[in-house]
Design a binder for this molecule. Structure first.
Ligand SMILES: [Zn+2]
Length: 362
C-alpha cells in the first residue's frame, strides 16, 4: 500500500511538471509528450491534442481540482477516458491489422515462390520426358495383314526399326538393270539332310551343312530355304506365282539370298519332297531320314540380277546380297495349290529402290 501511494505521488509530481511544460508553449515538445506518456502508461498523444495548451492544462487542472481525495491522497492513477481507450484500442487494432497484413503478404510470397518452383520442376520433367526415347517394344508376333502387317512391323519390336527406316530394303521391282558380264555363281551343293517346318510365316526347309555358293570371291553357306506366294520380287513390274528364297550366310554373318521365281508348269521334284514331309502341326519340325539335293531346285540357265537389299521379314536386316535367277523354275498347279492352302498371301510389298544399282547378266 505504501508503495502504491509513493507511485501515485510520483505520478502526480511528474504530471504537474508535464502540465507546466505543456502550458509554457503552445506546442508541447515531442520529448515531453513521450515522457508524460511513459508515466501515464498510455500511448503518446498527438501534438495537436496536447498543443491545445490550455485545454490540456485545464483537463489536468480540472482533474486536480476535482480531486476526490484519492488522487492526491494515495488513490489509483486516473483511469483512461473513453476516448483514450478508443484511441488505444484503435491503435492496437491497426497494429494487429498491419501485423496480419505483413503475415499474409509473406504467405502469398511463399505460395508464389512454391508455385514457381513447382512449375519449373514440372517443365523440367516434361522436357526430360520429351527427350526420352519411346518405350521399347519387344513383340514377336508379325504377319502380312492388318495390325501386324508389313506397315506396322517396326512398331511391334524396337529392333525391327529398319523395316520402316531402312533405305536398302527388299523386295524391289527389278528394272533398268546395268547389263554386264556378271561372274558365274559357283554352286557347291550336295544331297543333304534336311528338316521341314511350318513356322507360321512360311514353309521352311533347314539344310544340313556343307552347301555353298561362291560369289564376289566370298563363300556363303546355305542355311535354309522357304517359299512366298505370290513372288515378292517383280521383274519390270511383273510378279510370279511363287518364289523360293535360298538363304546363305558367310563366316562373318553376311547374308546372300538366291531367289528362284516359280511359274506354272511341270512338277518340281525337290518341292514335292518338301511337301511330302510337311509336319501335321504348325511349329512342329519333321526330320525325314532321306536327303534332298538343292541342285534339283536350280534352273538350267544361271543368269541373274543382283543388288544390295535386306531380309524381307523382320528384323529387315540390310546389307544382304540378292541374287535373283532370271530363268523361272516350274512347279505344277497342284504343288502351287497345296502351298496356297497354307499361305494364300505371305509376300512383303515392293520397297523403294532409292536409286540403288541393279546389275544383270548380259
Ligand atoms: Zn523370303
Amino acid at each position: 500500500m505504501r508503495n502504491l501511494i509513493a507511485l501515485i505521488a510520483c505520478w502526480c509530481a511528474a504530471h504537474m511538471v508535464s502540465v507546466a511544460s505543456a502550458a509554457d508553449s503552445t506546442y508541447a515538445s515531442p520529448n515531453a509528450i513521450r515522457f508524460r506518456a511513459s508515466l501515464d502508461g498510455i500511448r503518446p498523444v498527438s501534438p495537436m491534442k496536447v498543443g491545445g495548451g490550455n485545454a490540456s492544462s485545464s483537463r489536468y487542472g480540472k482533474d486536480d481540482e476535482k480531486g476526490d481525495g484519492k488522487t492526491k491522497a494515495g488513490g489509483k492513477p486516473r483511469p483512461l477516458t473513453e476516448r483514450e481507450k478508443e484511441e488505444q484500442a484503435e491503435a492496437e487494432l491497426q497494429a494487429r491489422i498491419a501485423e496480419k497484413l505483413a503475415a499474409m503478404k509473406a504467405q502469398q510470397a511463399a505460395r508464389a515462390a512454391a508455385a514457381a518452383k513447382a512449375k519449373k520442376e514440372a517443365d523440367a520433367r516434361a522436357k526430360a520426358l520429351a527427350l526420352m526415347p519411346p518405350p521399347r517394344a519387344n513383340g514377336t508376333v508379325w504377319g502380312y495383314e492388318g495390325e501386324i502387317g508389313p506397315a506396322n512391323w517396326h512398331k511391334i519390336n524396337s529392333d525391327w526399326i529398319k523395316c520402316s527406316m531402312g533405305n536398302r530394303q527388299s523386295p524391289i521391282d527389278i528394272r533398268d538393270g546395268m547389263k554386264v558380264e556378271l561372274e558365274q555363281i559357283a554352286f557347291d551343293y550336295h544331297p543333304s539332310a534336311f528338316n521341314v517346318q511350318d513356322n507360321g510365316h512360311t514353309v521352311q526347309v533347314t539344310m544340313g551343312g556343307g552347301n555353298f555358293i561362291t560369289v564376289g570371291n566370298r563363300a556363303y553357306e546355305l542355311v535354309q530355304f522357304h517359299f512366298h506366294r505370290p513372288s515378292e520380287e517383280r521383274i519390270n513390274g511383273k510378279g510370279f506365282e511363287m518364289v523360293v528364297h535360298l538363304v546363305h550366310k558367310d563366316g562373318e554373318g553376311r547374308y546372300a539370298v538366291l531367289a528362284l521365281l516359280l511359274e506354272r508348269g511341270k512338277p518340281q521334284p525337290a518341292i514335292q519332297t518338301v511337301w511330302n514331309n510337311l509336319p501335321l502341326e504348325k511349329g512342329d519340325v519333321s526330320a525325314p531320314a532321306i536327303v534332298l539335293d538343292p541342285n534339283d531346285l536350280l534352273p538350267q540357265r544361271r543368269d541373274y540380277y543382283t543388288y544390295m537389299g535386306s531380309l524381307t521379314t523382320p528384323p529387315c536386316t540390310e546389307n544382304v546380297l540378292w541374287l535373283v535367277m532370271k530363268e523361272p523354275v516350274q512347279a505344277s498347279p497342284a504343288q502351287m495349290a497345296l502351298f496356297s492352302r497354307l499361305y494364300p498371301l505371305n509376300a512383303r510389298p515392293i520397297q523403294p529402290t532409292s536409286g540403288r544399282m541393279i546389275k544383270e547378266s548380259m
